[in-house]
Design a binder for this molecule. Structure first.
Ligand code: TIU
Length: 222
């Protein structure tokens, strides 16, 4: 496939499907459904649901095009040895990380709540990176995985826009990846933060990357 061009902010984004990965960040029950980590922090988790339909469509298109898809999940080992006290003790959550909740232990790898929502379930063979931090590179094999596949461009979906999406895109940008964030496939508990976080990526000539609606990528893939 030739290099494709996407109508994006602040200017068109070019990518070669052979060196591009779709990164779907933390589309987990813990953030998107009641009874999980997101709700324990006091958030209205229904605000993230609008990301599901466009992300499912993007997943289908990338699978059909044979482009690498990597999913991430925020979470901690069952013994919580990768959970810093600073994260455990932050805020005043109704349940803390590792506590039993309605969907298993909050934000613990292997629990129902920590897994990806049914609508966006990874297919067998699609890598799933468990990460203890907000960024996908910290304390994971994500960077090595991208290098093994000769990836230079990342197209990004997931939650939340200003937390794990921003951290990962900033980390990726510093490592030389060209990142396109899909505006309707990322979501936040704070609509204003979502809007401004997207503006921040595209400002200053695309200081961290590009922003486009998923429809623009679907058009480019047709
Ligand atoms: N709280 C919040 O907005 N987000 C997170 O804690 N993690 C992710 O963004 N995945």
């Amino acid at each position: 496939m030739p290099t494709l061009s996407v109508d994006a902010r602040p200017y068109p984004y070019s990518f070669d499907p052979a060196t591009t990965a779709l990164v779907v960040i933390d589309m987990q029950r813990d953030f998107m459904e009641p009874g999980g980590f997101g709700e324990t922090l006091g958030n209205d988790v229904s605000l993230l649901r609008s990301t599901i339909e466009p992300t499912a469509a993007i997943l289908a298109a990338f699978r059909a095009a044979g482009i690498l898809i990597v999913h991430t999940r925020e979470g901690h080992r069952p013994d919580l040895s990768d959970l810093p006290d600073a994260k455990l003790n932050r805020g005043n959550p109704s349940l803390r990380i590792g506590d039993p909740g309605p969907k298993g232990r909050i934000l613990v790898v292997g629990e129902e709540g920590q897994d990806i929502v049914d609508e966006l379930k990874p297919l067998p063979g699609e890598p799933v990176v468990d990460k203890p931090g907000k960024g996908a590179f910290y304390a994971t094999n994500f960077g090595e995985l991208l290098k093994e596949h000769h990836i230079t461009s990342l197209i990004v979906a997931g939650v939340t826009t200003e937390v794990c999406v921003h951290t990962t895109v900033r980390e990726a940008n510093d490592r030389g990846y060209e990142c396109l964030v899909l505006a309707d496939c990322v979501g936040s508990y704070f609509p204003e933060f979502h809007r401004v976080a997207l503006d921040m990526i595209a400002a200053q000539g695309g200081i961290f990357g590009w922003v486009a609606p998923s429809a623009a990528v679907l058009d480019a893939l047709e």
